[in-house]
Design a protein around this ligand. Structure first.
Ligand code: APR
Length: 234
């Protein structure tokens, strides 16, 4: 069977680039209420507060740079695909640091902060500026319908067909910097294990599903990810 690697990343891989995680001490969901700011209901009730929350995160992201973990994953993709292996990097993150580091085969299952979507016509475009309810969609002209191209709680994540197809055929699976608490991403390790893959968890501490990994390495991503990626035999 051709070696095929699926990697799942979470907020922990971008933590050392200065982007916040969600459930660590002092995390984003300790400071903000996800029900208010990361649900379709919240956006319907107070779109201006939701825009303010994502505008601040977008501005912060524009000043962020990839770290050694992002770089190691991009180099691993190059090495692995050059050798004819399968490769997919699934990220729960809405930042673009994997792409900035050179990763190509990236599936943003929770969407992308540097894109916006029109809730009226579905048009998706790059977005590096603040959004507001005063803006009109350039495609359909509707005012107040622009939202971050981000998957909110209660919405269906993106690219799930491609992700589960990759998991069913993978020989190696790595979960990096994720607490393993949000589904369906929290179930990917089990899907990989069912496919017979070797599974590894790389994080600061065990996630909720940490017990089920074949291999576990803990520490800052900028230390443990380059070491793991360099040593991963094809
Ligand atoms: N290096 C490695 N891992 C780290 C680091 C670091 N420097 N800092 C934190 N971590 C680990 C934490 O130990 C934790 O396991 O990263 C994980 C972050 O977990 P969460 O904050 O829950 O983030 P994540 O798993 O990505 O959340 C999943 O929840 O709110 C939704 O849509 C949001 O995509 C997000 C999803």
């Amino acid at each position: 069977m051709k070696p095929s690697l699926v990697i799942l990343t979470g907020a922990g891989v971008s933590a050392e680039s200065g982007l916040g995680t969600f459930r660590d001490k002092g995390g984003i969901w300790e400071k903000f209420d996800w029900r208010e700011l990361a649900t379709p209901e919240g956006f319907r009730e107070h779109p201006d507060r939701v825009h303010e929350f994502y505008n601040a995160r977008r501005r912060n992201l524009l000043g962020a740079r990839p770290n050694a973990a992002h770089a190691a994953l991009a180099a691993l993709e190059t090495r692995w695909t050059a050798a004819g292996g399968g490769f997919l990097l699934v990220t729960q993150n809405i930042d673009d640091l994997h792409e900035q580091a050179g990763s190509k085969r990236v599936a943003h299952m929770h969407g992308e902060l540097l894109k916006r979507r029109c809730a009226a016509c579905g048009d998706v475009r790059p977005c590096r500026e603040d959004l507001s309810i005063a803006l009109a969609c350039e495609t359909c002209g509707r005012e107040g319908a622009l939202r971050p191209h981000v998957v909110w709680f209660g919405e269906v994540p993106l690219e799930l067909d491609a992700i589960f197809t990759a998991l069913e055929g993978c020989t190696h699976f790595a979960a990096i910097g994720t607490s393993g608490t949000v589904w369906p991403a929290a179930g990917f390790a089990e899907a990989a294990k069912t496919a017979g893959a070797h599974t590894v968890e790389l994080s600061l501490e065990p996630g909720e599903n940490g017990h089920m990994f074949d291999e576990r390495r803990y520490g800052p991503a900028t230390a443990i990810v380059p070491e793991w990626a360099a040593g991963l035999a094809f």
